[in-house]
Design a protein around this ligand. Structure first.
Ligand SMILES: NC(=O)c1ccc[n+]([C@@H]2O[C@H](COP(=O)([O-])OP(=O)(O)OC[C@H]3O[C@@H](n4cnc5c(N)ncnc54)[C@H](OP(=O)(O)O)[C@@H]3O)[C@@H](O)[C@H]2O)c1
Length: 261
């Protein structure tokens, strides 16, 4: 690795994570690219070198596996320097909690919550000791209310938002910042994976591109902003749910994720 700052991005093989890796490379970072699909990561690493002169190390890993975060960092050698940690890997799933596959839901918690928490736990202390570093955790506008028929997914994102906001306060004054990116519907593979492709919330013209979400998240992280919600319509939605009766919010979200799909 060179003297450029190093950014580790999880979920860099597609969607928002892939775009965040491109922005980070363009802005002078070397990269550690993490996801399961090695071929996609290798292809991205080559493109980042050609386009931006960035060195990228690929770590193919399943973040749902036990101790995944420690295993990823072990691939980087003893005491690796991470200047920017982007916890972006995540996935959703649709259906009634009582019917959904147990393993699928536990894997969701493992990737969206456990791996994100453990990577932050393993990387943050050395950032604080150095007096500099940035963490960007990708939650969702799903973080702002419960999600009937996507209950575990919404709950994982509420956890990410809560953890990130708390940590941003804990590290204030240390030179380290923690930012939580909360995208609304974004045009990526997420919806095919979650089984929500045909749902009303997904089929909206308000869907944003992964590139614009990544630019927004990167800018917010560099400013040390606590929470970033890309898109005026998404900001409006996140604020509105604070004032609406919870029962009404639950009914509206339920309608957005029909159980019969
Ligand atoms: N798209 C949206 O509408 C939307 C809205 C709000 C928030 N988000 C959040 O944005 C983040 C990125 O999602 P996206 O929209 O870019 O979806 P995506 O295109 O499906 O990308 C998801 C990324 O996560 C990685 N990933 C999934 N499971 C993994 C595992 N077990 N181990 C390692 N990596 C794993 C995938 O890589 P591999 O498959 O190669 O492992 C992929 O790189 C997620 O946290 C998602 O919850 C998305």
């Amino acid at each position: 690795m060179s003297s450029r700052p190093v950014a580790l991005v999880t979920g860099a093989s597609a969607g928002i994570g892939r775009e965040l890796a491109k922005v980070l490379a363009r802005e002078g970072h070397d990269l550690v690219l993490v996801a399961r699909r090695q071929a996609e990561l290798d292809e991205l690493a080559t493109a980042l070198k050609e386009q931006y002169g960035a060195n990228a190390q690929v770590v193919a890993a399943d973040l749902a596996e036990p101790d995944a975060a420690a295993k990823v960092l072990a691939e980087l050698g003893a005491d690796p320097r991470i200047d920017v940690l982007v916890n972006n890997a995540g996935f959703g799933g649709h259906g009634a909690f009582a019917d959904r596959d147990r393993d699928a839901d536990l894997r969701m918690v493992a990737v969206n919550v456990t791996a994100l928490t453990d990577l932050t736990k393993l990387v943050l202390p050395s950032m604080v000791a150095r007096g500099r570093g940035r963490v960007l955790n990708v939650a969702s506008t799903a973080a702002f209310q419960p999600g009937p028929f996507m209950a575990v997914y919404y709950a994982t994102k509420a956890y990410v938002l809560s953890l990130s906001e708390a940590l941003s306060e804990e590290v204030s004054g240390t030179g380290v910042t923690v930012t939580c990116l909360c995208p609304g519907v974004t045009d990526t593979e997420f919806h095919a994976v979650a089984g929500t492709d045909a749902q009303p919330l997904t089929r909206t013209r308000l869907s944003m591109s992964a590139a614009s979400v990544a630019e927004s998240g990167y800018a917010a992280m560099m400013r040390g902003k606590r929470v970033d919600i890309p898109g005026a319509h998404n900001k409006f939605g996140a604020v509105s749910v604070r004032f609406a009766p919870r029962g009404m919010v639950l009914k509206v979200v339920r309608r957005l994720h029909p159980s019969s799909d």
